[in-house]
Design a protein around this ligand. Structure first.
Ligand SMILES: *Cc1c(COP(=O)(O)O)cnc(C)c1O
Length: 362
């Protein structure tokens, strides 16, 4: 926490705005809009997953549709496709950013169209804060006229050519879950460039209530709006977002400076024009065995680390899905490791972590 969160929460109590609406919700949305710029409209919701669910619905995804989804991601990118009765089709990664591979994306689109199943949407993810190949992905999406749902849950504070992540998709989503770069304990947002999507998202998120003195419904609704209490935490967190990004980028820089002389450890560099919030600092080792040796050595010192996201195409729940693969995400999953990355890590914590890793090599 940054320090001012409690005063926003207190103001919610003092004014009795203890509900999924109120001045903090409006204020938090405005704060995010200002931060992202380029004419964004933001709807604060109960989670990033809820934002994905509503976002896909707003893009017209419905029963029987296919949606192209980055395979290397957290399951929340893909689950909402299934909530809508649609089917995910998984696309592998490229090695520059670890995100959706433009070549595999185009192969998949052509193949699905040839089979009479033109995809309804593309879910592209800025994994660990590293922007996906924005130009290439959106060029393909435009060519085939398929909308993009930009999963920016891990990438608030990242940018591509000085344009903030969360503003590239037809619709984008953010997450404020407890583990993200800023948090409301649980929460999310839907970002779009038209007030219309925002209004429709809020309508759906508040039980789809028609304009009438009684409760009238002509559409199925959801209870997905953000609480005014939690939005108060969010307002305080927006004041420390840039600090958190700096802190996380410093974590990455520290690891790189202290470990890059080890020939068996590699870091994901930012391509020209790419700016990552370095939500998590990850390393690439040379083998599954080495990755496990490092992970176990850290574990013995009570230091938590974790393999990269297991690709969705390898998850039991999605094993029957269609997938377009090039081997890259499988390989990254085998060899990659997320290091401790919190915004509150102290210098001495970082020294302790790198010394355990260096010891593996002596
Ligand atoms: C965290 C996360 C989500 C889901 O956000 P919640 O707020 O936890 O529902 C979606 N996609 C990615 C890539 C995430 O990391």
């Amino acid at each position: 926490m940054g320090g001012t969160e409690q005063s926003f929460v207190k103001s919610a109590f003092d004014t009795n705005w203890v509900a999924p609406l109120g001045p903090n919700v409006d204020g938090f949305e405005e704060d995010i809009q200002q931060y992202l710029q380029s004419g964004t409209s933001v709807a604060a919701l109960s989670s990033g997953t809820a934002a994905l669910h509503l976002g896909l619905k707003l893009l017209g995804v419905t029963r029987g549709d296919e949606v192209l989804c980055q395979s290397m991601t957290f399951s929340a990118s893909a689950n909402p496709i299934v909530y809508l009765g649609a089917t995910p089709v998984f696309i592998d990664s490229e090695s520059q950013t670890w995100n959706m591979c433009p070549e595999q994306l185009e192969i998949a689109i052509k193949d699905r169209i040839s089979k009479g199943k033109k995809p309804k949407a593309i879910v592209a993810v800025h994994l660990y804060g590293m922007p996906y190949q924005v130009e290439a992905i959106h060029k393909i999406a435009l060519t085939y006229e398929i909308p993009v749902l930009e999963d920016s849950a891990e990438a608030l504070g990242s940018s591509h050519n000085d344009i903030k992540c969360g503003t590239f998709g037809d619709i984008a989503i953010l997450s404020f879950n407890g583990n993200k770069i800023i948090t409301t304990s649980g929460g999310g947002a839907l970002v779009s460039k038209t007030e219309k999507y925002k209004e429709k998202a809020i309508f759906l998120a508040t039980q789809s209530r028609d304009d009438a003195p009684h409760y009238e419904h002509s559409e199925i609704g959801f209870n997905y709006r953000m609480s005014n209490i939690l939005a108060g935490i969010g307002r305080g967190q927006m004041q420390v977002l840039d600090q958190h990004v700096q802190k996380r980028r410093n974590n990455f820089k520290f690891y790189k400076e202290h470990l890059q002389e080890l020939p068996d450890i590699k870091f994901l560099e930012e391509p020209n024009g790419f700016y990552s919030n370095r939500w998590l600092s990850c390393i690439e080792t040379t083998s599954y065995e080495l990755r496990e040796t490092i992970r176990t050595a850290l574990g013995k010192e009570n230091i938590e680390s974790r393999p990269l996201w297991k690709p969705m195409h390898r998850q039991p729940v999605f094993e029957d899905c269609t997938m377009y693969l090039n081997g890259i995400s499988d390989d990254l999953f085998d060899r990659g490791l997320c290091l401790p990355s919190g915004s509150n890590l102290e210098q001495e914590d970082l020294f302790r972590i790198v010394s355990v890793i260096k010891n593996v090599f002596t």
